[in-house]
Design a protein around this ligand. Structure first.
Ligand code: TYM
Length: 329
């Protein structure tokens, strides 16, 4: 039998998932599971690097599990699990904190710099070390490919550096992973500020469309989305980033090609385009949420429990190898 690639990715339960998370990450996963061994996590220990309400956190872990399932991740083919239920992740993060991860590298991380701003003194050590836990997630499974949105590429690069340093010191323990980023849709932008990525943590709810937004509300958000100057529909990310973003969303959620869309909208204006895009997004959300609503909390719990067992087995084997290599066993 041909060897299948091992894929790992995850999402942190720190807010309502957006169509950005779906387009940039989850939609890739669904395709990849057909030809790879896939492991998808809900990374709750990453979420607590910023303050979380405990009840909301618990709820979101279940909701994201259901989102994975509704999107088409098949738990018979792929492992779905909650990060905090598999202790090897934090154990390896500690080991990598000591061997492989350097302060200077962590300080360069764009996500850290954005979050820390100029208030470094009041930033938790956890937020600083966040990419080391992510490296542990990936390296524990001998992962070859990490399908993520564009914003996580830097963290995967750092994971490679950490793994190489560790291997230099202790021998070939870790597989060196690669980030896999989509050609289109790797960075879905805010509907209000097209220079910023669409984020679940955005203060303005009109800036993003959540996967669980009421479809009618989502249509209104599309109508309120900013557009660039000009009236015709063309794809020019440099000069007309807002429109390019809307075209990307249309193509990704409506299963269309951008050049074809541009041709179809020749001679039409923003009004027609946005109305149709609203319909495409509304239809996508309606179908997605129908599947989501068919999955019970109990179903989600059962999937997480099965995933935990499988992840536990893989990671325990790997940890035995790692503990021996560094001399703690
Ligand atoms: P998170 O939870 O911020 O985002 C989850 C995934 O969604 C992608 N994404 C986007 N893609 C396109 N456009 C957007 N606007 C957009 N917003 C988010 C992200 O790139 C990501 O792929 N550190 C990670 C979680 C993580 C992880 C891991 C990922 C922890 N351990 C191991 C891969 C492997 C994060 O915060 O993603």
């Amino acid at each position: 039998m041909k060897e299948q690639k091992t894929i790992f990715s995850g999402i942190k339960p720190s807010g309502d998932l957006t169509i950005g998370n779906y387009i940039g990450a989850i939609s890739q996963w669904v395709e990849m599971q057909e030809r790879s061994n896939c492991i998808f996590s809900i990374v709750d220990y990453h979420a607590i690097t910023v303050k979380q309400n405990p009840d909301d956190l618990r709820r979101r872990v279940l909701d994201i599990t259901k989102i994975y399932l509704a999107a088409g991740i098949n738990p018979k083919r792929s492992i779905i699990f909650q990060q905090s239920t598999v202790p090897a992740h934090t154990e390896l993060a500690w080991i990598l904190n000591c061997s492989g991860a350097y302060m200077a590298d962590l300080k360069k991380m764009t996500q850290y710099k954005d979050k820390a701003g100029d208030k470094e003194e009041a930033i938790s050590v956890g937020l600083f070390g966040y990419p080391v836990l992510m490296a542990a997630d990936i390296l524990l499974y001998d992962t070859q490919a990490v399908p993520v949105g564009d914003d996580q590429k830097q963290h995967v690069e750092l994971t490679r550096d950490i793994a190489k340093r560790f291997n230099n010191e202790y021998g070939p323990i870790f597989t060196i992973p690669e980030a896999v980023v989509k050609k289109e849709g790797a960075r879905v932008m805010s509907l209000l500020e097209p220079s910023k990525k669409m984020a679940k943590s955005d203060g303005s709810a009109n800036a993003f469309i959540a996967l669980l937004d009421d479809p009618e509300l989502a249509k209104k958000k599309i109508m309120k989305a900013v557009t660039d100057s000009g009236t015709d529909i063309d794809y020019d990310p440099e000069n007309r980033p807002a429109l390019a973003n809307l075209l990307t969303i249309y193509a990704q959620l409506g299963n269309r090609q951008i050049p074809r869309l541009v041709r179809d909208y020749a001679g039409k204006g923003y009004g027609d385009f946005k109305k149709d895009l609203g319909e495409v997004v509304g239809k996508f959300l309606t179908e997605f949420q129908t599947k989501f609503n068919e999955i019970s909390d109990d179903d989600a719990q059962a999937v997480l429990e099965e995933g935990r067992k499988q992840a536990q087995e893989i990671t325990e084997k790997k940890m035995t190898q790692i503990r021996q290599a560094i001399g703690v066993r």
